[in-house]
Design a protein around this ligand. Structure first.
Ligand code: 3AM
Length: 180
């Protein structure tokens, strides 16, 4: 089963992000139901291992905190793959990320070593983005570089199953872990 752990976007954040998406000049938009901030991508794993990970995650014992989405950027440099909204510096978010990784490692799940770049993906791009599209994207990024959302409370994280099909990924929540 392909799985990941993420922070869900509350309705208000979804509305703001959908509005940002609405004037995006190019790219395949992430559906509103799929908007999330990934904390850990577990990849394809045997169900037994995911059950162990779930048991470990039930011991998650961290406080709820506020999260502010801010800024827009792309991954992929000159060949952008993903357009996203970032998050301002947030030690509580970093602690949550580190704790989840450590719980997953403790349960036997090996994760890729990657720098944590907290983000909410708004759109994905095909392998080839044409020059006019790139120019429109550049303008959009300039116009939205100072984007700042209202902070919202993060009081849980969600374990998702991700099924990749022809129409994109479908995310099914499997379990929720509360922050107190
Ligand atoms: O948070 P986003 O939507 O950017 O890109 C995938 C998505 O991230 C990412 O996991 C999230 C839920 O699918 N993802 C997919 N394959 C990945 C991989 N091999 C990956 N992240 C890291 N390594």
């Amino acid at each position: 089963m392909r799985a990941f752990i993420a922070i869900d976007m509350p309705d208000l954040a979804c509305d703001v992000l959908s509005k940002l998406q609405s004037d995006l000049p190019t790219g395949r938009l992430a559906p509103p139901d799929n908007l999330h901030l990934t904390l850990a991508f577990l990849g394809e794993q045997p169900v037994e291992l995911l059950e162990d990970a779930h048991a470990a995650l039930t011991t998650l014992d961290l406080p709820a905190f506020d999260l502010q989405l801010a800024g827009t950027d792309t991954f992929g440099g000159n060949a952008p793959k993903v357009l996203f909204v970032g998050a301002g510096p947030n030690p509580a978010l970093d602690r949550l990320h580190a704790k989840i990784r450590s719980l997953l490692h403790g349960s036997g799940l090996m994760l890729d070593r990657q720098r944590f770049r907290p983000h909410v993906t708004l759109a994905r791009f095909p392998a080839r983005v044409t020059a006019p599209e790139m120019e429109r994207l550049r303008r959009w990024l300039l116009a939205n570089a100072d984007f700042v959302a209202e902070p919202f409370r993060v009081d849980h994280v969600t374990l998702y199953r991700s099924e990749v099909g022809r129409g994109g990924a479908v995310h099914d929540p499997l379990a929720r872990y509360m922050l107190t």
